[in-house]
Design a protein around this ligand. Structure first.
Ligand code: NIG
Ligand code: FE
Length: 418
């Protein structure tokens, strides 16, 4: 053409380019079959942003790039978004897990959140930070470019603030949305004065710097009425909300999340029909966690296909996440999560891809910037060593990421961190 525009980067020759375009609140059925695929796709990037999306022939005509990457017929997608992790923690619970797997008694072992809380408290901030950085690298190598990270293994004012400090000190290509989860569980020392712990969390809100507030509304954590008090205070302090709900039992946590306009409600194992109706009519995103389903092996006997259909058919916006944490899913690979969503939940490849791109971004209210390939959005892009998006879901347990570009910068190439 007559006018050639100079750009930093041109990616051409994508056999399949998934744009994952949709409304910023996310897509629901029946639109969740449409990934906005462009054949022989290309993307032009300048100053960290996507300038244009189209066919290779068209973009090579319109743009002259300082550097060009030929995808050679392979798959190109948005960078993946992981909307639920407990990134910062100390210790490892492999012994607890092995005993559970093999049916040995847990006697003499401190287990669960209490055990990770103790291990976290015993870990200096520098070490927590170094561990978190290593874990972010692992996520990045598997295609994650945006990730939500929660506090919640401190459960005292000082420790919760320390964990948030560690998160805010992370400098990594992955952009992080921070969540305050002081209301993870009621710590043992407050067992017979639960109200005092709820009050303590509410009173510390003015000192909390985080993008989100989260509470676990569950038979073994906070009751719906305690959760309401916490969420009401959080909203009054200007926090957006996320809710861990109905994981070990149905207590109406999903309904509470919708009531407070939460951006996400996560787990949903025991969600009621009434709550699902409310969810389907709302913009609260249902975040499903198949790694957690797999790891809590004692709960996997149910019909998870029927369960996931029920949630998708409620009209809810559905996202997927690792729930990376030492107890219920010590695993950071979203492609593995995608494989599990197919195998355990029997979700389609399109539902799964939208669950880790646009819909996950919607659950973080960042879909105007990340989670899809659209002109004007941030240039977060993954080039895969496969030619069809269904292969990422279907090839299980090894990494098929070739290149990752975050905000226009190459950060992974040949599967290696740059
Ligand atoms: O998301 N649901 C609550 N919290 C975590 C588990 C935490 C743990 O076991 O350490 C979860 O599954
Ligand atoms: Fe969680």
């Amino acid at each position: 053409g007559a006018f050639v525009i100079e750009v930093d980067l041109l990616i051409v020759g994508a056999g399949e380019m998934l744009t994952c375009v949709g409304p910023t609140v996310g897509v629901r059925q029946p639109s969740i079959s449409d990934l906005g695929i462009i054949r022989d796709g290309a993307v032009a990037v300048d100053r960290g942003q996507i300038v244009a999306i189209g066919r290779s022939a068209e973009l090579t005509d319109r743009f002259a790039a300082h550097s060009t990457v030929d995808a050679g017929g392979r798959l190109v997608t948005p960078g993946l978004v992981d909307p639920h992790t407990h990134l910062v923690h100390g210790g490892s619970r492999h012994e607890e897990w092995e005993r559970k797997v093999t049916g040995q008694p847990l006697t003499g072992l401190v287990t669960g959140i209490a055990s990770t809380r103790a291990a976290t408290r015993a870990t200096p901030s520098e070490d927590l930070r170094a561990d978190a950085m290593r874990n972010l690298d692992i996520a990045l190598l598997h295609g994650t470019t945006t990730l939500e990270a929660k506090s919640g293994y401190g459960l005292t004012v000082a420790e919760e603030l320390r964990l948030l400090d560690v998160m805010h000190g992370l400098r990594h290509p992955i952009e992080i949305a921070t969540t305050f989860l002081g209301a993870h569980v009621v710590p043992a020392e407050f067992a017979d004065r639960r109200d005092d712990y709820v009050r303590l969390i509410i009173d510390m809100l003015p000192d909390v710097h985080a993008d989100w507030f989260d509470v676990w509304c569950d038979p073994i954590a906070f009751t719906p009425s305690e959760s309401r008090l916490l969420l009401k205070a959080a909203v009054a302090h200007g926090f957006g909300c996320r809710v861990h709900a109905d994981q070990t039992g149905g207590v109406g946590g999903t309904g509470v999340a919708v009531e407070f306009g939460a951006a996400s409600v996560d787990h949903l194992d025991e969600v009621s029909d009434a709550d699902l109706r409310a969810l389907g009519a709302s913009d609260t995103v249902a975040v499903l966690l198949p790694g957690c389903t797999l790891h809590q092996f004692e709960t996997t006997a149910r019909d998870w296909r029927a369960w996931s259909r029920r949630i998708i058919q409620s009209d809810a916006v559905v996202a997927l996440s690792t729930d990376f944490n030492p107890g219920t899913c010590p695993m950071l690979s979203l492609p593995v999560i995608m494989g599990l969503a197919a195998r355990l939940y029997r979700m389609s490849a399109a539902e799964i891809w939208l669950g880790v791109t646009l819909n996950a971004a919607a659950s973080l209210r960042r879909a105007d910037r990340v989670g899809s390939l659209v002109a004007g959005h941030q240039a977060d892009i993954v080039i895969w060593n496969v030619t069809d998006h269904r292969q990422v879901v279907n090839r299980f347990g090894y990494n098929v990421v070739d290149q990752v570009i975050k905000a226009g910068q190459p950060v992974v190439r040949g599967g290696m961190r740059l």
